[in-house]
Structure formats: C-alpha cells, structure tokens
Design a protein around this ligand. Structure first.
Ligand code: FES
Ligand SMILES: [Fe+2]
Length: 453
C-alpha cells in the first residue's frame, strides 16, 4: 500500500495550505494493531499512572471558571486532587490538594473563592501562592521539626486558548512544547467569553481509551446514531492529525450523509437546522445541497450585526463541528455558539471504568433575538445568563446519565464493547483510515508508555 493513502477529499478543497481549515499532511501510522490488554489490564493502568498521567499536560478546566483572585476549583485525576487558583496578582497557581502537616485534604469543595486556604484538621493557613501563613501553636514545635514553614507542593500550570492545563511532572517541558494545535486554532472560538452552563460527570463501564476511541471517529454514526444521517456528513468528515497526538475531525453539519438515498429534499432534519440557525424553513427556497452554505451566510451576517467577532472563523466553522482531540484524554466539540469539553478520566483503581466528564460552555449574547441553540442539548430551565456557574452533577455507575439521545446511545454501547475487548477471542482492533485519529492517539500514548516522552 502506498504511504499516502487517502480515501476522502478535504471538506473545503479551496482552503489555503496555511489555513486552519486545510487538511494536515498525512502521517503514516502503518496498518498494525495494538494489544487489547491496554484496555483492561491493571498493570497497564498502573504504568499509565506513572508514565502518562503524571507526565502529560492535562486540561484541568476552562479559564472562565476563575475570575478573581482567590477563585479556585479542584481537578480530580486518579487518586490525586489538585487545587487550581488565581493568586492576588491574578496569576494561575496549582497545588496538590494536601496539607503538608498531616496530609489532610486542604479543600473539600469542588470550587469556591477564598483569601486563603485553611486546613480543617489543625487550622494551618496558606496564602494563594501556597506559602504557609500560620501554624497553630507554632511555639510547640521543636525548631528541627519545621525548619522552614512548609509550603503547599506546587504543580505546573499554564493557560492556552481559554483552557487551563496542569502538569504533575517536576521536569515538565513548557506546554508549548507539547501542544499540537496551530496558533489561533482555539483562540478563534473565544472560549474565554463562554460560561459553563452544564457540567456532568458520569461513570461508565469501560476503559477511558475505549471512550476516547469511540469519540475520535464518526465511522460508527450510521450504525449507532442513524438519526444523524440527514444532518451530518459522516463519510465526508475530514480527518487531521497534528503533532503530539493531537487531532481533529471536521464533521460537516446541515449536510446529509452520502448514505442517505434522498440527497435533494429539505427533510425535517435539515428544516430543524435552518430553524435553529434563525431561518424560516417554510420560506426556504433552496435544496438539501445549499442548506449548509446558506446557514453559514445567515450566521455570518447575524454575527457581524451583533459584533460577535466571528470574523476569524472560516465559513465552515459556523456550521460544522471541529471535534478536536487534545492528547491524551480530551475531545472538544467546537462551535462559535458554544463548546463541549469532554474529558475521559481514568478511574482511580478499575481499568474497566472511566468518568465521562462533560462541560458545556456557552457564549451568552446580550440580544433579545438570540436564543441558545437546541442542538446544545441543555435541559429545560438551564440558566444560560452566564451569571452562575453550573454545579458539577455526578451520575453514579449504573445510572443512565440522560445526556441526550446520541450520548445515551454511546453510554449503552461502550460497556458492551469493553466486554468484547476483554474476550480471549479478540486480538486487538483493526483500524480503517476513518479511524486514523485512533492510530495517532495510540502511537503518542506508546511514546509515553515507552518513556520516550
Ligand atoms: S493536617 Fe492540616 S493542619 Fe494538620
Ligand atoms: Fe457515538
């Protein structure tokens, strides 16, 4: 087989080579298969903790969750909890959520605002830079016991494109050396102007990579989510791979799958897309082929009128999902109206469980005619004013998370896939080029596991 094997054309063949929309150069990851063991072995899981989770830059949360000095949230990963906060100079700080005195968890709530962190066990206090401000009855410590006042142990923290990343490795390279997306890629979406309107953490019966793999391809849409075929072009999805295990799919929306027999009529799916964009489907004179670009033009005009600053986005970004993989465990569904930050978090002890942590970000627009798009799937009554941060909801194992039809379909599927992967009869996945992002992700993971990163 030739090294340059491509089965599909770019979504926009006219895109200049240096644009964010252009197809990235093909990377040949071969045709081999990975060992199924990585999806269920406890030993693999333990090595992942040492080689991956404690070495890689990880998305701790969106930057919009911290507004003022003293605002903080915790990021839970494996058995660790990390406090992310803003110090008095509005600079990001991150610490292990542990008191150096006797190891108590310093912060017990998920988020809040405080001038200092006070331990609930013996009331030691730490400022927002992690310096110890106060030791209760300090005179009762012999000088050798606390030669210097102990600080909170810091974790590297950096911001990029409206997201906060942490790294537990003391010798971590700067984020820029591990961040694979081109400059301006995330920034164009102005995530910093968005607010968290929903945050659900649910526990699923599969390995976290079984989750990543399923969300990194649209090859399964026709079978698992057949209802999407009148509004998503699965087969025409553009697949791009970036350095450091990052990747992207451009999924054309408001466009039928070529699997649909009727390619011409504006069916209820497309009518829904028109009306969600603010257009009147009854009055629409085009056909199925023109819907996507007409929606783009309509949204463009409206965004210009409202001064939303979408001029840095190409037309395709106004309709399509740029589903973007941030190595190792994140996919962000990017849209100018909002974004879906999906994190596949490892379970602390069980390789066949993971937490699907999904944050819905929404950009509030101060205009009466603006309404939150229905396709964002927010429950009735969701506060989208941007004034309140949604509470983190936790859905325990075995309870259907109620995340909308598509995600419900995935959450039913994945535990079944996990059981099959575990079978003695399964010899590792066979990936197509529609699943190139999976090869790319696992190749990067192997670099970490082999100690090469
Ligand atoms: S454990 Fe925190 S003050 Fe004692
Ligand atoms: Fe799915």
């Amino acid at each position: 087989m030739a090294a340059k094997f491509e089965y599909t054309a770019p979504v926009n063949p006219e895109a200049p080579d240096d644009s964010l929309e252009a197809k990235t150069p093909y990377i040949d990851h071969g045709t081999g298969r990975v060992d199924a063991e990585r999806y269920y072995s406890k030993e693999w899981m333990d090595r992942e903790w040492e080689q991956l989770w404690t070495k890689a830059w990880l998305i701790a949360g969106p930057r919009c969750d911290l507004e003022e000095p003293g605002d903080y949230f915790t990021f839970e990963i494996g058995r660790e909890s990390i406090i992310v906060t803003l110090n008095d100079d509005n600079e990001l700080r991150a610490f292990y959520n542990v008191c150096p005195h006797r190891g108590n968890r310093l912060v017990l709530n998920e988020s809040g605002s405080t001038p200092r962190f006070t331990c609930a066990f013996h009331s030691w206090c730490f400022d927002l830079d992690g310096h110890c401000e106060r030791i209760t009855d300090e005179e009762t410590f012999r000088p050798g016991a606390i030669p210097a006042r102990p600080k909170l142990k810091t974790v590297h923290v950096e911001e990029k494109g409206g997201l906060i990343f942490i790294n537990m490795d003391e010798n971590a390279p700067p984020l820029a050396e591990r961040f694979g997306l081109p400059d301006g890629y995330l920034e164009g979406y102005q995530l910093d102007k968005m607010k968290v309107v929903r945050h659900v953490v649910s526990e699923w019966g599969a390995n976290w990579k079984t989750g990543v793999d399923a969300f990194y391809e649209v090859y399964h849409l026709h079978a698992v989510h057949p209802q999407t075929s009148t509004v998503m072009d699965d087969y025409g999805t553009q697949i791009d791979v970036y350095p450091h295990g990052f990747s992207r799919m451009i999924v054309p929306l408001a466009k039928k799958s070529p699997r649909e027999d009727d390619q011409a009529s504006v069916d209820p799916g497309l009518a829904y897309m028109l009306s969600e964009a603010g257009m009147d489907p009854e009055a629409y004179s085009g056909d199925a082929v023109t819907v996507r670009q007409d929606i783009q033009q309509f949204k463009r005009r409206r965004a210009d009128e409202l001064g939303l600053g979408w001029d840095k986005l190409v037309d395709g970004q106004l309709t399509d999902s740029w589903a973007t993989g941030v190595f190792p465990n994140v996919q962000i569904g990017l849209h100018p109206e909002g974004a879906f930050l999906m994190r596949f978090m490892p379970h602390p002890t069980d390789p066949e469980r993971f937490y699907y942590d999904t944050i819905t970000l929404y950009r509030p627009v101060d205009d009466e005619s603006w309404k939150v798009p229905d396709w964002m799937g927010l429950p009735e009554g969701t506060d989208v004013s941007g004034d309140v941060r949604a509470e983190r909801e936790f859905v325990p194992f075995g309870v259907q998370p109620d995340l909308g039809l598509v995600l419900d379909q995935d959450s039913e599927l994945l535990p079944v896939v996990q059981k099959g992967i575990r079978s003695r009869g399964f010899e590792g996945p066979l990936w197509s080029e529609q699943e190139l992002r999976l090869r790319h992700f696992h190749a990067e993971l192997d670099l970490y596991m082999d100690g090469k990163k």
